[in-house]
Design a protein around this ligand. Structure first.
Ligand SMILES: [Zn+2]
Length: 233
């Protein structure tokens, strides 16, 4: 399996790794800084450099049974098992995803309804809430930006599944349950505003998100309100 370096430090941009499995253009490494698609956050993209200096594009990152697979562009020759490679994230894109993802935590902390779905992209994100009544777009917009500006620090801690089960209120989202079976669960805490189990990547404090704007709030069914957010810059 792959050592997930990004879980402990979301700011790592590159690492040297050993190829442990290859399937077509999917390359599994013994460790990586690349986040795999999951929890509404897209997988990282970037570059893989072979020992001979050849550099190829990584167009997606996904979880597989053998570990985290770095998907290379079609047509390139993949490295061989046992090779050492260097991988580097497209940091500008990843940082935007971290900012948008962190913003979704703040949105959760403001809108008092369960989350039923969501999607994060480079320049926008949306969350679906289990809500029937219209929401005050301007009020949420103002509060969201206030919490961003107030610059709440993010900390992480790991707890066991038993500890989590003893505190069911921690599981705020209805569609994205914490990962099970690994023994420990990571809690992400924007101190004083939002605490939840999450496997994604986050900024170290909320001011780093930058100004955002609620583009629209849509009614998507009787029990669903979708909040769409973009960067306001
Ligand atoms: Zn998160």
């Amino acid at each position: 399996m792959t050592d997930e370096l990004f879980r402990k430090d979301g700011y790592l941009k590159n690492c040297d790794s050993l190829v442990i499995a290859v399937d077509g253009v999917s390359v599994v490494l013994d460790r990586t800084v690349f986040y795999p698609t999951g929890g509404g956050q897209p997988g990282d993209t970037g570059v893989m450099e072979y020992a001979d200096g050849t550099a190829v594009h990584i167009i997606d990152t996904v979880k597989t049974e053998s570990g985290i697979a770095h998907v290379l562009e079609e047509g390139v020759s993949p490295p061989a098992i046992g090779d050492t490679v260097t991988v580097e994230i497209d940091w500008l894109r990843r940082h935007k995803l971290m900012r948008m993802h962190s913003c979704m935590h703040l949105l959760c902390s403001i809108v008092p309804f369960g989350v039923t779905g969501g999607s994060i992209r480079e320049d926008s994100a949306r969350l679906d809430f289990d809500a029937q009544d219209p929401m005050d777009k301007e009020a949420i917009n103002t509060e969201l930006n206030r919490r961003i500006e107030e610059d709440y620090p993010m900390t992480m801690r790991w707890i066991t599944e038993e500890e989590l089960d003893a505190q069911p209120d921690l599981v705020r989202t209805m569609s994205v349950q914490p990962p099970r079976g690994t023994g420990s669960i990571r809690l992400v805490n924007f101190e004083g505003v939002d605490l939840q189990p999450c496997g994604g990547t986050h900024v170290k404090s909320t001011a780093e998100i930058g100004a955002v704007r609620i583009r629209k709030i849509e009614k998507k069914g009787k029990h669903n309100r979708r909040v769409n957010i973009v960067f306001d810059e």
